[in-house]
Design a protein around this ligand. Structure first.
Ligand code: ADP
Ligand code: GLC
Length: 474
């Protein structure tokens, strides 16, 4: 089976969040299932540089070329279109923040190139299936639906329902779709153009990144306006939890760590903890060290955490936070670091290497998200013996076993889960974690239980493979 994946980012080439981790790791896992994936990415400067001397295989539009090559361990097709993608900043926003004003044109071009590739019209043989990730790729199933001839089936994976790719109706004529596409039974969404909505309508299957999130998006609260469509397509929606790339995320081989270790040598984590203390200006002691690695946004519950900082410090804890995002939240955490010198350390920015060291040395990773489709930092925490303290939502609920008395007794607890996402509930969870940390045997038991959990892509890739086969066989 040959699959063309369409995405706006992929690790290690370009990454702003978990989407890149998934699109970067899934192809190798699917290869083990006999599925060959070619990934179509936008020709951002970093991707063109990594691609080197690639061959041009098609010219899908004026000023556009599709290049084929290999980089970052991935078989790639790259949409080289300098007017759309040759710019600074991140894939979605300008350097000063704010979405690029022409995002509709940029990602429509990507989706259209994906559909052409899938149909064998862009230099590569026809593919058996198109796999679109998130709104940036979600028009591809629409382009396939309105193309003539034998139809290539498609699957849309929704990584985050909050990002829907909605644009004003004036955008429509530039998309190159027939007028009949602009209806409720198409890409129209309350008078606007809806990229994600279109993909959800036209894809043969919709997947999302955990079973619990699949049920949450069928509700008004979780569906954010698209829950009706999810309910209408109920039999076509599946939740497959994300795995982790163990060639990148394993404490026994991780080159970013000052000290590598396994479940039998947890003592060695002390050297990594010392590196965190230095990096974040924290006092060196044996008190519980909480880490946060995240986008600083409302979704991630970071305003709630900011309010819980005094209680975390009063409970004897320390906090190392690495993140960037909302200016107000950045300011709140910088102020917290000033207010609690030696107890709270903050680094504003994106730092892949430092994030590895944090999982490798901190005692606990805090993930107080209001909603979380899957979440990867709790999985990295589990793998690294950095006990996750999570909100009981979405993929967090599906991947962490709370340390209640029975789970502790049975030796299956892997972290702490709390609800609702409020300052008192988060504070209680932090205090519970601090108390458990004082029981060295119980804590190490939780660390080892987490490290034993199967977080690999193997099983999950099997689920995607079965779903793809089901779609192709009709
Ligand atoms: P989301 O995709 O919603 O941001 P995930 O938990 O799925 O959340 O994935 C986030 C990914 O981005 C993880 O690999 C995490 O380690 C990484 N990450 C987030 N913020 C930072 C940061 N400031 N520095 C380094 N890595 C980060
Ligand atoms: C999104 C979600 C996150 C998920 C990631 C990868 O960014 O917010 O929960 O882990 O996609 O699927």
């Amino acid at each position: 089976m040959r699959v063309i994946a369409v995405a706006s980012e992929a690790y290690p080439l370009v990454k702003t969040g978990g989407l890149a981790d998934v699109t970067g790791a899934l192809p190798a896992a699917l290869a083990a299932e006999g599925i060959a994936v070619t990934t179509l990415l936008p020709g951002y400067p970093a991707i063109l540089a990594a691609l080197g001397d690639a061959r041009a295989i098609a010219t899908p539009g004026p000023g556009q070329r599709i290049l084929a090559g290999r980089a970052g361990g991935l078989d790639l097709a790259v949409l080289d279109a300098p007017p759309l993608f040759d710019r600074p900043g991140n894939p979605y926003t300008a350097p000063g923040g704010g979405d690029w004003p022409d995002n509709a044109a940029r990602f429509a071009a990507l989706a259209r190139a994906g559909a052409m590739l899938a149909r064998g019209e862009a230099g590569l043989a026809r593919f058996d299936l198109l796999h679109a990730h998130d709104w940036q790729a979600a028009l591809a199933p629409a382009y396939l639906a309105f193309a003539s001839g034998r139809r290539v089936p498609s699957v849309l994976t929704v990584h985050n329902m909050a990002f829907q790719g909605q644009f004003p109706p004036e955008t429509f004529p530039s998309l190159g779709l027939p007028p009949e596409a602009f209806t409720v039974e198409g890409i129209e969404y309350y008078g606007n153009v809806g990229f994600l909505k279109a993909g959800m309508h036209f894809a043969d299957r919709i997947t999302t990144v955990s079973p619990t999130y699949a049920t949450e998006i069928a509700t008004p609260e979780g569906g954010m306006g698209l829950d009706g469509l999810i309910r209408a397509r109920a039999g076509r929606v599946a939740g497959i939890v994300n795995g982790i790339d163990e060639t990148v995320w394993s404490p026994t081989t991780d080159a970013a760590l000052p000290a590598r270790y396994d479940a039998a040598t947890l003592d060695l984590r002390a050297a990594n903890r010392a590196a965190i203390e230095v990096a974040f200006g924290l006092t060196a002691d044996a008190s519980p060290l909480f880490a946060v690695v995240t986008r600083l946004t409302w979704q991630k519950g970071m305003d709630v955490l900011a309010e819980a900082v005094p209680a975390l410090v009063a409970a004897g804890g320390r906090l190392a936070l690495l993140g960037s995002g909302d200016a107000a939240l950045e300011g709140a955490f910088l102020a917290a670091a000033q207010a609690h010198p030696g107890r709270v350390g903050v680094r504003i920015g994106f730092d892949e290497t430092l994030s590895h060291i944090m999982f490798g040395g901190a005692d606990a990773i805090l993930v107080p998200s209001r909603f979380e489709p899957c979440g990867l930092t709790q999985l990295y925490g589990l793998r690294y013996g950095c006990v996750p303290v999570v909100a009981r939502v979405g993929g967090l609920a599906d991947t962490v076993i709370d340390a209640n008395a029975a789970a502790l007794e049975a030796g299956v607890a892997t972290g702490l889960a709390f609800a609702p996402v409020t300052t008192p509930a988060l504070t209680a969870a932090i205090m519970r974690a601090a108390a458990l940390h004082g029981d060295a045997v119980a804590w190490a038991g939780m660390q080892r239980a987490g490290m034993r959990a199967d977080l690999s892509w193997r099983r999950r890739a099997g689920a995607y493979a079965a779903l793809f086969r089901g779609v192709i066989d009709g």
